[in-house]
Write a protein that binds this ligand. Structure first.
Ligand SMILES: C[S@@+](CC[C@H](N)C(=O)[O-])C[C@H]1O[C@@H](n2cnc3c(N)ncnc32)[C@H](O)[C@@H]1O
Length: 257
């Protein structure tokens, strides 16, 4: 069954926990929280927008192409300004934001370089563009080995939805092509300290079920997914399970022309 906007909101909240440490580090390193105006592009239901709007930043603006997400963001992040629009042609004047950032966006857009150039355009000289999280499923690790099929399914499902599952590796190239300065690129690390909470496992399997709808031979795949689910849950229970999706970040400064 397709996930509702509310289900996606919960998923976005979970994803934001995975990137919290990197975000804190990059916000501090890039000086994001000292800014007057910050734009969150592809803000979804406003998970990061809310966090930014509750910080020392004077005004936080969120932009998204889906009105159902903007509606949720309006109640979730009530002190932020929200705008409905396309990241390829943003409804903002040039050089108006100190920082322009995005989180799990570029893999979903038609032309990531055009979006990055647009983010640069709306950022003031001396400001910076920050892309916080772009996965690359080509480097995903699943253990036990039988679970590698999950990556095959997810990669196909993403491609069938028009997303680029290999966006992460391209981030460095497009930052250079966009003419950003003092570019820093990295990959978010991972730790497996505690048992994974049940709600996180349920969320993972909700995403897998939703992905299966975007794959051919669905009935055959659905049948084997039941077996894979058992192997997955057993591996979490014994503590063996590893899942790692390399997730890239990058930031660069906007210099006066
Ligand atoms: C994976 S979600 C991430 C949402 C949010 N950044 C977060 O991390 O919670 C990707 C978001 O990008 C938005 N999006 C996709 N293409 C877009 C475009 N061309 N312009 C603006 N937003 C877009 C989607 O509507 C969705 O909200």
């Amino acid at each position: 069954m397709p996930l509702s906007p509310r289900d996606w909101h919960q998923r976005f909240e979970l994803q934001s926990q995975w990137t919290q440490d990197t975000r804190d580090h990059l916000y501090s390193r890039a000086g994001v929280l000292k800014s007057q105006r910050v734009l969150d592009v592809g803000c979804g239901t406003g998970v990061l927008t809310k966090e930014l709007s509750q910080s020392s930043i004077n005004s936080t603006i969120g932009l998204d192409i889906k009105s159902e997400y903007i509606d949720i963001a309006a109640s979730f992040a009530p002190t932020a300004f929200l705008s409905l629009g396309d990241a390829h042609i943003m409804p903002f004047k040039s050089s108006v934001f100190d920082f322009c950032l995005c989180h799990y966006l570029l893999m979903w857009v038609e032309n990531p370089l055009a979006v990055l150039l647009e983010m640069k355009r709306v950022t003031i000289p001396g400001g910076a563009v920050l892309v916080l999280a772009e996965p690359d499923y080509g480097g995903r690790i699943d253990y036990p080995q039988k679970l590698a099929v999950l990556n095959e399914w997810q990669t196909t499902a993403l491609q069938n939805q028009g997303a680029n599952p290999f966006m992460g590796r391209k981030l460095k190239a497009i930052f250079h092509q966009a003419g950003l300065n003092d570019i820093e690129v990295g990959v978010i690390g991972a730790q497996w300290k505690n048992a994974t909470p049940e709600h996180e496992l349920n969320s993972e399997w909700e995403i897998i079920q939703s992905d299966l709808e975007f794959i051919n031979n669905t009935s055959e795949v659905v049948k084997s997914s039941e077996e894979i689910r058992k192997i997955d849950l057993a591996a979490w229970a014994t503590g063996e399970r590893i899942i790692y999706v390399p997730t890239f970040y990058a930031w660069g400064k906007v210099i006066k022309d």
